[in-house]
Design a protein around this ligand. Structure first.
Ligand code: ATP
Length: 592
């Protein structure tokens, strides 16, 4: 398959401002792809080479890419850098500089998808002495055979900035249309994806074996399962009512969620976002080896930092120091030891437990764990009494937890991979006041600053994620809570996401001065939610002709680097927060 087919499709996808057209172009690309390489085309389109949980990084340093561009185009590295500083995108720069004349046309071979993919894979895997030279040589050979347009996407891909804004859900939609004949097949395909977290594998199975094959998808050790998620409510009565009167209240530990895949040969740890964190937590791997008595298992828990002197649980920030580290892993593990509080068992010795009720999964968990200082089972009580729940909440908070996670124990209490339902409900203390809970919002645009902020941005346009339509809907303009340093750096920091028109997945009535590919997630807190004629979150949901907006939004200082834009707070959650707030105002009228 010619790589130009991919480059043409990306160009069309990038140019459209309509979400539907975006899917259409992707469907066309999928249909034009021979079945045996559909996995590769899918990985490339989401900017990856393999499923992300394998942890193979393609990204090469811009410096190396500039070196390769210089050697192919004959331009100096300084000229390339100068142009790049203007465009903010090395892809655009290379597209401009590569011309037929600059290349050794005599030897030019049309690029194939297989060839480009294999070269990327070699680049990703070359390590050790001489790796830099090898990477430059391989990249130069690709650029030498590439048309300007192809070179643009090769450079973007290789520097980790493909920025066409296609996410997993967009691919699932397109697969359903291409192979199933319509979006109604999306649910089945999504289920297969939720059980394996591997879009390429799902695409290839559907392409080669048909839709029927996804029905038989099974979970397996080594293929992370998309985590079950929780809804939130703010009163113990409401929570128990949702659970049919009775529920399991568990401590809600404030740490890092880990899914451990255990086999006799290895233990792998995956994050909530399915990244492979095994290398960062060798102490957790050792602790699990000691505590788990099953031969094979998939278990889930929350990793919490503990004070080595007192054994008390530490705030979340401490465990996050352990994440993303490449050096001093063992010494940091000594400074911030971890206890893993296990709360679920999904697979044990060949048996899939995801379709078992929660009490049965917990029983199995207790059977296979021999608790130690570093691996424990989550504390819980079963109750039907709201006042007991509140008491237990106080106890959990006093013990250093964030609150409770209340879980269904009825006949439907399966492990629903990738879904947020009322089978698990978060109960955190902050919900007792209006909008005291922060939300995670996506930066979709910006407005030029004035006065003290001249030359930078005065405010950012923020959006919530709408799972249903796979769009980002605006909910506020955010201008406060930033440090002077944040403000000064912002234009430079966001340059890489800048696009000349509104992105096809953004739904906005407001015209920003600058638009971005939805990428960066920030934590925002506000005073309350109000109806708004200008924001699109919850449009027509509460009142016809109105959406919802956050009043007095403020950045909390938390750049949620661990969040994908699709993990941001959803439009549905904001509508629910608004409804709860209304109820509260009715029940507890403000005293003047
Ligand atoms: P999410 O999108 O995961 O709900 P959030 O930040 O909005 O993220 P959290 O406040 O992190 O929600 O609550 C959910 C998280 O609580 C779970 O993903 C898990 O990491 C953690 N957790 C702690 N204790 C438990 C428990 N006993 N059972 C389930 N999850 C728990």
């Amino acid at each position: 398959m010619l790589y130009s087919l991919i480059a043409n499709a990306y160009e069309k996808i990038e140019a459209t401002t309509k979400r539907l057209e975006m899917t259409d172009y992707l469907v066309e690309l999928i249909k034009n792809t021979p079945k045996h390489i559909i996995d590769k085309v899918v990985y490339l389109t989401i900017g990856e080479l393999y499923p992300p949980f394998e942890g193979v990084e393609l990204g090469i340093a811009e410096k190396l890419a500039i070196h390769a561009i210089s050697s192919v185009t004959g331009k100096t590295e300084k000229a390339i850098l100068d142009d790049y500083q203007n465009t903010g995108d090395l892809g655009t720069t290379v597209e401009k500089f590569i011309t037929k004349k600059t290349q050794a046309t005599f030897f030019r071979q049309p690029l194939t998808v297989e060839g480009v993919y294999d070269t990327f894979a070699k680049i990703a895997r070359s390590t050790g002495g001489g790796a830099q030279e090898t990477k430059i040589r391989l990249l130069s050979s690709l650029l030498n055979d590439a048309s300007p347009k192809e070179a643009k996407y090769i450079i973007r891909m290789i520097t980790g900035r493909l920025r066409i804004g296609i996410a997993d859900m967009t691919v699932l939609d397109a697969l359903a249309v291409a192979y199933g004949g319509g979006k109604k097949f999306r649910e089945e395909i999504e289920r297969a994806y939720n059980l394996t977290s591997d879009l390429g594998y799902v695409a290839k199975t559907v392409a080669e074996e048909g839709l029927g094959a996804v029905e038989h998808f099974k979970i397996a050790v080594g293929k992370p399962i998309r985590p079950m998620l929780a809804e939130r409510l703010s009163s113990s009565q409401e929570i128990l009512a949702k659970m049919g009167g009775k529920g399991v209240a568990e401590y809600k530990y404030d740490g890092l969620r880990l899914q451990a895949h255990i086999s006799p040969k290895s233990i792998q740890l995956y994050s909530r976002r399915i990244e492979n964190l095994t290398d960062q937590f060798p102490d957790v791997v050792r602790a699990l080896r000691e505590a788990i008595v099953a031969k094979e298992a998939i278990v889930e828990g929350e990793a919490v930092g503990v004070d080595p002197d007192t054994g008390e649980m530490l705030p979340f920030q401490m465990v996050s120091h352990r994440r993303g580290r490449k050096y001093e892993i063992e010494s940091t593990a000594k400074e911030i030891p971890i206890t893993l509080f296990l709360f679920d068992a999904l697979y044990v010795n060949g048996k899939d437990y995801t379709m078992e009720q929660y009490p049965e999964r917990r029983r199995e968990l207790q059977k296979i764990v021999k608790p130690t200082d570093h691996v424990k089972i989550a504390e819980q009580i079963i109750t039907s009494d709201p006042s007991k729940l509140d008491e237990y909440m106080d106890q959990a908070i006093a013990d250093g937890c964030e609150g409770l996670m209340v879980k269904d124990l009825g006949p439907e209490s399966f492990y629903t991979a990738g879904a947020r339902q009322f089978k698990w409900i978060k109960y955190k203390r902050e919900y007792k006041s209006e909008m005291a809970d922060a939300v995670d919002l996506v930066v979709v645009g910006a407005f030029a600053g004035r006065g003290r902020r001249a030359g930078s941005y005065g405010a950012l346009l923020m959006a919530a994620y709408d799972h249903e339509s796979d769009m980002f809907k605006t909910v506020c303009k955010l201008g406060s809570g930033f440090t002077d340093e944040d403000l000064a750096n912002m234009p430079k920091m966001f340059a890489q996401y800048k696009i000349p028109h509104v992105h096809a997945r953004i739904d906005s009535k407001i015209k920003a001065d600058v638009w971005f590919v939805p990428t960066v997630v920030l934590e925002v807190i506000g005073a309350e939610l109000t109806l708004s004629p200008s924001h699109t979150t919850g449009w027509n949901a509460i009142k016809k002709g109105a959406g919802l907006a956050i009043r007095f939004p403020r950045f909390t200082g938390n750049w949620r680097k661990d969040r994908a834009p699709e993990d941001a707070t959803t439009v549905d959650e904001i509508i629910k927060m608004y409804n709860r707030q209304l109820k509260k105002i009715e029940v507890e009228p403000k005293i003047a």
